[in-house]
Design a protein around this ligand. Structure first.
Ligand SMILES: *Cc1c(COP(=O)(O)O)cnc(C)c1O
Length: 378
């Protein structure tokens, strides 16, 4: 049986091959007689799983040696506190606001640091990423926070800014929760990147942190030890018991990602190419239709999260999920095997999240459905 296509923003679809492999290894991993869930995190078997996951991730994202890879817990939202606890030194921190997630980060960081909004697109309902050339960066910021893909508003930063060239000596911190592994990262422009796993990396419960070594060792006194990057790094992500099963599944996804190919491209380059094509197909159909609309500036549209609205007979976007046309759309989509297309409650409308695990056929099925629905129901 063909599984339905799952457009959830997160926790999100996982490649079927990965789920099947995990199922086959569930009760007896590599003849150890144990499930990965039942292993000591300090035993040889799990240590080998962790080491391979880390090495594969480093290869996939071309992470330079002077960055540490940390597997932590708490998700992206906990990192909103953990980052300022580790990097702010209680001083000033710059924020770029491009959607709900950066807004949340700003609010939480305010508990530990002096926050400064360097740029914001809130006035236009977060329909674009403020142009880096216009950011009002402070001279003394401990770091600059940017959410490089705003999952709810569908706004993605397609070229990370060079802060030095913009006159700021501060390191750039990116929340890459919802587009990690979808494209390469320019590490020369990044001080720290963090992300929850449940979009592109695996199950909820695992948090990935990639941090430049020179940023370690400046945590505030009050920083919980389990969240102190220096301690976590020193202990190879084993200061406390790490989310072992999540790390194992992430490792399977890294292997899956490394094995992807597209023409002469492999790994992340192949995934990026596929993601570009998937997003292009979907945005083209939305832009060409009379019924659907995506409000985001073309240059900042996300390849991963595509929010869109159906228009009412007056041409205005229909926000409420309970509105009859929206309700009919969601019901018909589900009947066609297209799941979880309802938009985030704060913006309404629809959202198709098309992470790595969404195959081209899934996006093709969605665009056929969109065209069909427009013809027959509107
Ligand atoms: C999903 C998401 C988070 C949050 O994750 P939690 O796991 O709920 O803490 C943070 N930032 C972004 C950009 C996200 O998409």
């Amino acid at each position: 049986m063909q599984r339905p296509f799952n457009f959830s923003a997160g926790p999100a679809a996982i490649p079927l091959e990965v789920l099947e492999r995990a199922a086959s290894e569930m009760t007896n991993w590599h003849n150890t007689g144990m499930s990965v869930m039942e292993m000591s995190h300090r035993g040889q078997a799990f240590m080998s799983i962790l080491a391979k996951a880390q090495a594969d991730l480093r290869q996939l994202l071309a992470i330079p040696d002077h960055f540490k890879v940390l597997f932590m817990q708490g998700g992206g939202i906990a990192e909103n506190a953990i980052v300022p606890l580790n990097l702010s030194r209680g001083g000033e921190v710059d924020f770029v606001l491009s959607g709900t997630w950066s807004q949340k980060s700003l609010k939480e960081a305010g508990k530990y640091a002096h926050t400064h909004v360097a740029a914001s697109s809130e006035a236009t309902h977060f329909d674009h990423l403020p142009d880096p050339a216009q950011w009002q960066l402070s001279k003394s910021a401990a770091y600059v926070h940017l959410c490089s893909n705003e999952t709810i508003h569908g706004v993605e930063c397609h070229e990370l800014p060079d802060l030095n060239a913009l006159g700021s000596p501060a390191p750039l911190v990116i929340d890459f929760s919802s587009h990690v592994l979808s494209r390469p990262v320019d590490w020369s422009r990044v001080g720290l990147a963090f992300g929850g796993a449940q979009k592109n990396i695996g199950p909820a419960g695992l948090t990935l942190v990639v941090v430049r070594e020179d940023l370690l060792g400046q945590a505030l006194q009050v920083c919980p030890s389990a969240f102190n990057y220096e301690l976590v790094a020193k202990n190879d992500s084993m200061f406390n018991t790490p989310p072992t099963y999540g790390i194992y599944l992430a490792g399977l996804i890294f292997e899956w990602a490394l094995a992807q190919c597209e023409g002469h491209l492999a790994g992340i380059a192949a995934l990026e190419q596929r993601n570009i094509h998937k997003a292009q197909l979907l945005y083209d159909v939305i832009d060409r239709s009379e019924l659907y609309v995506n409000p985001v500036h073309v240059a900042n549209r996300s390849r991963m999260n595509v929010p869109f609205f159906l228009r009412g007979d007056d041409g205005k976007p229909l926000l409420e999920a309970t509105q009859p046309r929206n309700a009919a759309f969601l019901k018909a989509a589900e009947q066609s095997g297209l799941l979880q297309l309802k938009g985030h409650k704060s913006v309404g409308g629809m959202r198709a999240s098309i992470y790595n695990a969404m195959p081209m056929q899934g996006v093709q099925a969605l665009v056929s459905f969109l065209q069909d629905f427009e013809q027959h129901h509107a």
